[in-house]
Design a protein around this ligand. Structure first.
Ligand code: NAD
Length: 490
């Protein structure tokens, strides 16, 4: 494994345009911080609108040839990229994510597995794109349905899963024959640039991918969304920014995939295996320091098992080791930024002022970096802000319930519906809730559901479209219907 300084020296810090790493035409750069120390670890080129325009020209020039490239050739490039991510650059990618984002190294390694899998999955899908051929019901037209690439795409991604949020979009887009411009989060540009380096090594033709880190996101992406050659935006991030981007996309009537904020309930029914529920609650709440869109956000526990669950959950949370994710044995790293830390701390403080009690944790950790104690709150009001808003931190508020119908009503009042979890042994209840809850992804008796082969996405203000699964590639294909006179038989 490389040392930190060897690794940092191996990461490109220019913009990736037309297969080369280049400076911004403005010459500007910006700092990338390690949230565990608050120190600057790199400076990367700051893309300007002119850089965005050049990347768009190069992408548009590459589109036709890439679309015409044999699916098997595209598939093999994706497969090579999977192998490079999964083996040669596995440790590098994991350490880069820990350095710029803070997640503990084993979790970063888990993200490499998850992120790389989208390239294996979609390398397999690339060779299986199919149209259709049928007679219309009246019998006079023979229909041919052609599937073809949608055209140039722009990806805007968040900081919490810097590799996987890029590969979940790039995998299906490239498999289907589209070119793409990636604008990563300003907090985590290094992973995206290293990903570009891997794609180049895997043989991706110049121009098919551009990576544009910038502190000037709206100025750079605005004109790209208005460009008449652009065909699609795939965005992962907050509901607030997603709504603003949807409005921008309206002018150009761009196709959109929106992977927005979540606020996942975690429900423990009276017949649950409580120890298993504690184990999966801990996993889905503390993973990524609670900064996952499908993290269990808040907890509803049936009154019959409430005392047992909260005691065991408090003990489990209290035993988490907090620290720099590069150190071994660390369970919970820093939050991404001081702003995020202040947001989480403020939410807990307001909940406690309104009567909630911290069974464990409840305060920030003073010193370098942006650390918050893993926290369990009880006596929380069901309509408290900490229940209704996405926390994005290692904080678990718990509410007691006693009636399934009332609980479903309460959960469905939420304006978002991305992930949800429940523990029960009742198969009838599992099937019932799968149809009743307004939530796109449900984990039943497990806290781990993300998988490249399964459709990821939410309902309501959690967005639209699905990533991964057999649905994923559909988002990147255009449909053309060709009608011919049906053959006549004498
Ligand atoms: P964010 O919305 O603040 O930023 C996301 C991206 O949008 C970043 O690259 C940012 O630079 C960019 N951006 C912000 N304003 C912009 C603008 N006006 N024009 C163009 N680009 C702009 O979100 P975040 O803080 O990076 O990520 C956290 C959020 O992402 C949470 O709400 C989380 O639930 C959500 N998320 C959702 C999923 C999902 O699959 N549904 C996955 C991960 C994260």
């Amino acid at each position: 494994m490389k040392t930190v300084s060897e690794l940092l020296a191996s990461i490109p810090t220019g913009l990736f345009i037309d297969g080369e790493f280049v400076d911004s035409e403005s010459g500007e750069r910006f700092d990338v911080l390690n949230p565990a120390t608050g120190e600057v670890i790199a400076q990367v080129a700051n893309a300007s609108p002119a850089d965005g325009a050049r990347a768009m020209d190069c992408a548009a020039a590459a589109q036709e040839k890439w679309a015409a490239t044999a699916p098997r050739v595209r598939a093999e490039i994706l497969r090579r990229a999977f192998d490079l991510m999964n083996t040669t650059y596995r440790d590098d990618l994991a350490m880069i994510m820990t350095l710029e984002m803070g997640k503990p190294l084993p979790q970063a390694d888990g993200e490499v597995t998850y992120g790389a899998e989208f390239f294996r999955w979609f390398s397999e899908e690339a060779a299986r794109i199919r149209g259709d051929y049928f007679r219309v019901p009246e019998g006079h037209i023979q229909a041919i349905v052609v599937r073809r690439p949608i055209g140039p795409c722009i990806f805007i991604t968040p900081w919490n899963f810097p590799l996987a949020m890029a590969t979940r979009k790039a995998g299906p887009a490239f498999a289907a024959g589209n070119v793409a411009l990636l604008k990563p989060s300003e907090d985590t540009p290094l992973t995206a640039l290293f990903f570009a380096k891997i794609m180049k090594e895997a043989g991706l033709p110049d121009g098919v991918l551009a990576v544009l880190p910038t502190l000037r996101s709206p100025e750079v992406t605005g004109p790209l969304l208005q460009d008449s050659r652009m065909r699609k935006l795939s965005f992962t991030g907050s509901t607030r920014v997603g709504k603003a981007l949807l409005k921008e996309c309206a002018d150009n009537v761009l196709r959109t995939s929106m992977e927005l904020g979540g606020n996942a309930p975690f429900i423990v029914f009276e017949d649950a295996d409580v120890d298993l529920a504690v184990q999966s609650a801990l996993m889905t709440k503390m993973r990524n320091m609670g900064q996952a869109c499908n993290a269990a956000d808040h907890f509803f526990v049936h009154e019959d098992v409430y005392d047992e669950f909260t005691q065991k959950f408090a003990a489990a949370i209290g035993s988490q080791t907090v620290g720099d994710g590069l150190e071994s044995g660390v369970d919970v790293g820093p939050l991404i930024s001081e702003r995020q830390l202040n947001g989480v701390a403020g939410m807990v403080d307001r909940a406690v002022e309104s009567g909630a009690r911290a069974l464990t944790g409840g305060a920030r950790i003073e010193g370098n970096g942006f650390f918050y104690q893993p926290t369990l709150l009880v006596d929380v009001a069901p309509d408290a802000e900490i229940m209704t808003d996405e926390i994005f931190g290692p904080v678990a508020p718990v509410v007691k319930f006693n009636d399934e119908k009332e609980l479903v009503r309460m959960v469905n009042e939420d304006t978002v519906g991305l992930g949800g979890y429940f523990h029960t042994k009742d198969i009838g209840r599992i099937l019932r809730l799968a149809e009743q809850l307004e939530i796109g992804m449900l984990g039943v008796n497990t806290g781990t559901i993300s998988n490249a082969g399964a459709p990821f996405g939410g309902m309501k203000q959690s967005g639209m479209g699905r990533e991964g699964g057999k649905e994923g590639i559909e988002e990147y294909l255009e449909t053309v219907y060709v009608g011919l006179p049906a053959p006549v038989f004498d």
